[in-house]
Design a protein around this ligand. Structure first.
Ligand SMILES: Cc1cc2nc3c(=O)[nH]c(=O)nc-3n(C[C@H](O)[C@H](O)[C@H](O)COP(=O)(O)O)c2cc1C
Length: 187
């Protein structure tokens, strides 16, 4: 069976963002598997207009098309989730509004005060509306863990429970990803 293609979306564009740590960790952990292949997709590389904006430039519109096209090359997604005021980042929400995730599974790797849980719960509802399937297994990096990584004392992969949670998430993405791929091909 061909490897399932998972796009790892870096959901924050903030200078000095934490988001790069979970994206790299997910990519490294998945590299040890034979059933999936991943690619990191950085929203910094897709500077888009706000959805529906009248005065969007040609470059922004072309970037949004490129973003949608890129998303369509994947069978599943992992999204790094920062929590800004108990919600996902605005840049991620806009990218979702401009995106295409129909009939594909999505997993979330959150971080922050409560492991990004509030932002992740928002996203689960948003992705239902995008006709995507949010997998059950969440990854929540707690604030103490976040701090050890920021200080360079530990890596995310040093935490067995985080590796376990991410492995469970990728297992579920693979199951749903293959099932939905077959269903899309049949339709
Ligand atoms: C505008 C703003 C709002 C924030 N609100 C929350 C919040 O509601 N809950 C939380 O746990 N952390 C909050 N934080 C702290 C973030 O979890 C922390 O800055 C994290 O590193 C953001 O992700 P990023 O570095 O990948 O952008 C907030 C940070 C910013 C900049």
């Amino acid at each position: 069976m061909a490897k399932l293609k998972i796009g790892i979306i870096v959901g924050s564009t903030r200078m000095g963002r934490f988001a790069e740590y979970p994206a790299k960790w997910a990519s490294e952990l998945a590299a040890g598997r034979s059933d999936v292949e991943t690619e990191i997709v950085d929203l910094l590389d897709y500077p888009m207009h706000f959805f529906g904006e009248e005065r969007s430039t040609t470059a922004e519109t072309e970037t949004a098309e490129r973003w949608k096209k890129k998303l369509r090359t994947f069978d599943a997604y992992i999204i790094t989730v920062a929590e800004y005021n108990h919600a996902p980042t605005a840049v991620l929400k806009n990218a979702i509004d401009l995106g295409d995730f129909i009939h594909k599974p999505v997993g979330f790797v959150g971080y922050g005060g409560v492991g990004g849980a509030r932002a992740v719960e928002h996203l689960r509802g948003i992705f239902v509306e995008m006709s995507a399937a949010s997998v059950k297994a969440g990854v929540h990096i707690s604030y103490p863990e976040y701090l050890t990584v920021v200080k360079g004392e530990k890596k995310l992969g040093d935490y067995p429970h985080l590796n376990e949670a991410l492995t469970a998430q990728i297992d579920q993405l693979a199951w749903w990803g293959n099932a939905l791929k077959a269903a899309r091909e049949k339709a």
